[in-house]
Write a protein that binds this ligand. Structure first.
Ligand SMILES: [Mn+2]
Length: 660
């Protein structure tokens, strides 16, 4: 730049000289001499102005070109922080002394990726990149600037890399991070039961042993612990120590089990842990939430909430079920958190979808949408006849109509963050979509069936409540506790009510106090019992066919009715189940069995009021189910043969009953 100014002054001087010469030769020599005093000050004035601009720079930085080069080279070459120029092929074009000594390079011309990782090298060939690299035990922040060259090397791209040693800053940051406080709530599971099981004289010792293990564990982590209730502790640790405890997977969970009250009753604890929230107040609140979640999952585990994520440790002992509202509330909050953490909620019912699974699904989808998340129920490939009427009703609502997805589409839209909720079953084989279940990384199970052998092992949260009347009842309670934002429309409330109605057979079976409470909550939100009643209305042919079955019924054993369909009805299993229910309406009938021809052979549906175990009877024929609802499939046998087999099974069962 300054060279150009010198040049301008020279041109100006030459111009004045030329004018003088022209006047001297071609006009009048005396005129040229006379004009000289006017031109000379003008020349000096221009030179002075140019000099004035030069003075903006310290003298040293504005030397002649050759000297300047030496200065710049000196400055950069001897600069204490490493600097290098790299071309777009990651070749080192130039480097300063600090750079050479940092990487111990003998001479420039090496490749950047030989000195640092290929990934870092690639990042640094971008403009304005900034990465942190650890080199020789020190941390460096490396910035890059991209330049395109002019002149001889026009069009070539170079990155200038500036290294800054940030070791001290980095250590300081790390240290302040490690010293962040973590709060741990520790609670002894089933404290009352443990105390009750422990003989009086041993109680002080038991309590002392528990205290000792908890206290020693926290102290080994340089933490502070305080017992604030007979079965509750609060502890404070630094994040560094918490990480250490995490590496050992919270060994205290196992250590505490060494204390056994009775041979089969180890002491277990629940731990709610939080760290890294913006304020101590929030750390505390989050730790309490984590403890609630831990208790909701059955205790004997640690739940850690940090960086917006939830981690689980332990939890191997069988969970203890208690049907309490506390549990419903805890599960509700946990489910809400999971929904909020997810990007989409998918509800999976069971094969042969019924109104309970569908009603529960509608409730869950509505909850998800109230929380601003997309929610869908997976649709079975073939529509199940038992939900036909409810589906027709839902189709009348613009919003609810959009609540269904086919399996393939759901699979395509699923991400790692998608939450899958299995409703009304806990057996993976009965699940409506095996694909979605397999792909889902977060699975919640909500079911009212007694737990069987086969179980969805990967479930993140399990709410299994055999004492609840229906999954719809459970979902209604969960929604009640989820908070005000979750709003049910009258139609979705009606769907939930129909789920309860179908599983309780209009509030006659398995109906508890909480069943009515759930129903009254739904009614308040506009659920319509008449609409529910209409959902169960049937066409004339179905009713007639069933009347025939009832008419044919026999009672070969006292209080047990057996009947059959002569021809295959439109929906064999549904018709048989309904006919068996109708038989139970007959005075004196405690259990009923209805046989029906199916595509594959014959199917038997068994129903009971509770004093006859139809499950045990049909298990003898290779079937299964519950005490009051069971079924079996028979192949290679005609109707007459099947009835004989059934009678033999009942007789066997009755004899067993005599024996016990
Ligand atoms: Mn159900």
């Amino acid at each position: 730049m300054s060279g150009r100014k010198d040049f301008n002054v020279l041109i100006f001087a030459l111009f004045i000289l030329a004018v003088e010469i022209i006047i001297f030769i071609f006009i009048k020599p005396w005129m040229a001499i006379a004009l000289l005093p006017a031109f000379v000050p003008l020349l000096f004035y221009v030179m002075d102005r140019m000099k004035g601009k030069k003075r903006e720079w310290p003298e040293l930085l504005y030397p002649e070109a050759a000297t300047r080069q030496i200065f710049w080279r000196e400055i950069f070459y001897n600069f204490q922080e490493p600097v290098a120029i790299v071309d777009d092929k990651e070749k080192i074009y130039w480097e300063n002394k600090a750079f050479s000594s940092l990487f111990e390079t003998k001479k420039p011309g090496g490749t950047l990726s030989d000195l640092i990782s290929a990934e870092d090298a690639r990042a640094l060939t971008q403009d304005q990149a900034r990465i942190e690299i650890k080199l020789k035990g020190r941390m460096y922040s490396v910035k890059s600037r991209l330049y395109e060259t002019n002149g001889k090397m026009r069009g070539r791209k170079f990155n200038v890399l500036f290294f800054e040693d940030i070791t001290e800053l980095f250590e300081l940051k790390k240290k302040s991070n490690e010293e962040k406080p973590a709060i741990i709530y520790i609670q002894i599971d089933n404290f009352d039961e443990i105390m009750a099981a422990c003989p009086d004289e041993n109680r002080p010792e038991l309590l002392a042993r528990i205290d000792k293990i908890v206290t020693q564990w926290v102290q080994s982590l340089n933490g502070f612990v305080k017992k604030y209730e007979s079965d509750k502790f609060i502890a404070l640790l630094s994040l560094k120590e918490l990480n250490r405890a995490e590496e050992s997977k919270f060994s205290i969970l196992e250590d505490i089990k060494e204390i056994k009250v009775k041979p089969a009753m180890p002491v277990t604890i629940s731990m709610g842990i939080a760290c890294g929230q913006p304020s101590l107040l929030e750390v505390n609140k989050t730790a309490q939430n984590a403890l609630e979640l831990c208790l909701g999952r059955g205790g004997d585990q640690a739940v850690l909430k940090a960086e917006g994520k939830t981690y689980f440790y332990g939890g191997k002992t069988k969970e203890l079920e208690k049907y309490s509202r506390v549990r419903a509330r805890v599960i509700s909050h946990a489910l809400r958190d999971l929904m909020e953490e997810s990007d989409m909620v998918l509800v999976l019912g069971h094969e042969f979808l019924d109104m309970d699974a569908l009603g529960a699904g509608i409730g869950l989808v509505t909850a998800a949408r109230s929380l601003g998340k997309a929610g869908y129920i997976i649709l079975s490939p073939e529509q199940s006849p038992s939900v036909e009427s409810l589906m027709d009703l839902l189709a009348s609502d613009e919003e609810l109509k959009k609540s269904f997805l086919r399996e393939e589409e759901a699979m395509a839209r699923m991400t790692k963050k998608t939450l899958a909720i299995v409703a009304d079953t806990h057996r993976p084989s009965l699940c409506l979509s095996q694909g979605v279940l397999r792909k889902a990384e977060k699975v919640v199970v909500i079911d009212h069936h007694r737990r069987g052998e086969e179980f969805i092992d990967k479930a993140f949260l399990v709410y299994l409540e055999p004492y609840a009347s229906s999954t719809s009842e459970m979902v209604t309670e969960l929604i009640e506790y989820m908070g005000e934002e979750v709003k049910l429309t009258p139609l979705s409330a009606t769907a939930l009510l129909s789920g309860i109605a179908v599983d309780t057979r209009n509030f006659a079976f398995k109906t508890g106090v909480r069943t009515f409470e759930a129903a009254s909550f739904l009614r308040r939100l506009g659920a319509d019992p008449t609409t529910v009643y209409k959902l169960f209305q049937e066409d004339m042919d179905t009713v007639n066919a069933r009347a025939e079955v009832v008419k044919r019924a026999q009672q070969p054993f006292e209080h047990i009715a057996i009947s059959y369909y002569e021809e295959k009805p439109k929906n064999p299993s549904l018709s048989a189940a309904q006919a068996a229910n109708s038989l139970l309406e007959i005075k004196g009938v405690y259990a009923s069995f209805v046989l029906v021809p199916t595509e594959e052979g014959l199917s038997i549906s068994g129903r009971s009021l509770g004093n006859v175990n139809v499950q045990r009877i049909l298990e003898k024929l290779g079937g299964g189910g519950h005490m009051t609802v069971a079924g079996a499939q028979l192949k290679d046998t005609d109707l007459k043969g099947a009835i004989e087999k059934l009678k033999t099974a009942i007789l066997e069962y009755l004899k067993e009953g005599d024996a016990t």
